[in-house]
Design a protein around this ligand. Structure first.
Ligand code: ZN
Length: 296
């Protein structure tokens, strides 16, 4: 079966499973709460725009957190589903700096690592994103820098730069030529990259639009930014309410601050002087989107 058929099938399986569990979960409302509210959108910055209350969500990480009562809102204008309120800086610090993220099996088991590497290599091949020899790639929020590794494997003379706020993986990535520990500001603001990648990173940012502006400044003309991130539960529509979100394996509270949309990404790209040249929300059974932005 072709990949898009497999993703569609998996989406239907996941959706049916969520519906089955939902029927046995009597304390979760079966349909969306009818309440809409008017407020400023943290993502498209529109003032007093209608938001749909998707429903309440509790932390999926042990914490301890200052704040534990969250809900998901969907902006009717930009279609972003986001966590309300915004997690505090202290709670984000609890998530990222006080915990070890890369100790699970996917990262220590060689066969699993090769599967992850192979899937990124096939994606960047298919999208024609592998930089030419001596060009540079920047992997943002890199962790183990899978995309840099895939590029290095395809084209050994590519120069790979990885940035991460944590030093946890810095010594474990021989395929990275420069591993920068710190925020994106630590990477010099000059246009030198042919490719930047953010895989499962943008959903963690409180201001993803600002990150696109930072990246644009560091890209060569014609350079591309490869992005993957959780989108929403398979085939979810606003009238479906919260149930399928509670079964969504990418619902991480409060780590995932926003589930972005094609509408939002197109607008944010334009403001950052980038263009959205690829969008595909069918990955992993219609749960994850993949996008490419290009600097004209
Ligand atoms: Zn909005």
């Amino acid at each position: 079966m072709p990949q898009n058929g497999r993703n569609r099938l998996r989406a239907w399986q996941l959706k049916s499973l969520a519906a089955w569990h939902g029927r046995h979960d009597s304390n979760v409302p079966s349909t969306a709460e009818s309440t809409d509210i008017e407020r400023d959108c943290r993502f498209c910055a529109a003032a007093r725009v209608r938001h749909h209350i998707v429903g309440n969500v509790a932390p999926t990480h042990p914490g301890p957190f200052e704040h534990e009562d969250y809900r998901l809102l969907r902006c009717s204008l930009c279609d972003v589903v986001y966590l309300d309120p915004q997690p505090s800086d202290r709670d984000l610090q609890t998530l990222y700096q006080d915990s070890v993220q890369f100790s699970d099996k996917t990262y220590s088991d060689d066969a699993a690592a090769l599967r992850v590497l192979d899937s990124y290599a096939r994606r960047i091949d298919r999208l024609g994103l592998v930089p030419a020899a001596v060009q540079s790639i920047l992997e943002v929020g890199a962790g183990l820098a899978w995309v840099a590794r895939a590029c290095k494997q395809r084209s050994p003379r590519v120069h790979t730069v990885a940035q991460d706020i944590s030093a946890e993986c810095a010594a474990a990535c021989p395929w990275v030529d420069e591993y920068v520990v710190g925020t994106i500001q630590v990477v010099s603001r000059e246009p030198r990259f042919a490719l930047a990648s953010m895989t499962h990173v943008i959903e963690h940012l409180t201001d993803p639009a600002a990150m696109l502006v930072e990246l644009e400044a560091r890209m060569l003309r014609g350079g591309c930014i490869y992005i993957t991130a959780p989108h929403r539960p398979p085939l979810w529509k606003p009238c479906d309410g919260i149930r399928s979100w509670l079964r969504y394996s990418y619902l991480h509270v409060p780590a995932h601050i926003a589930y972005l949309s094609q509408t939002w990404l197109r607008q944010a790209a334009m403001k950052a002087r980038l263009e959205l040249v690829h969008w595909d929300e069918t990955h992993d059974g219609h749960q994850v989107f993949e996008a490419v932005l290009r600097k004209p």
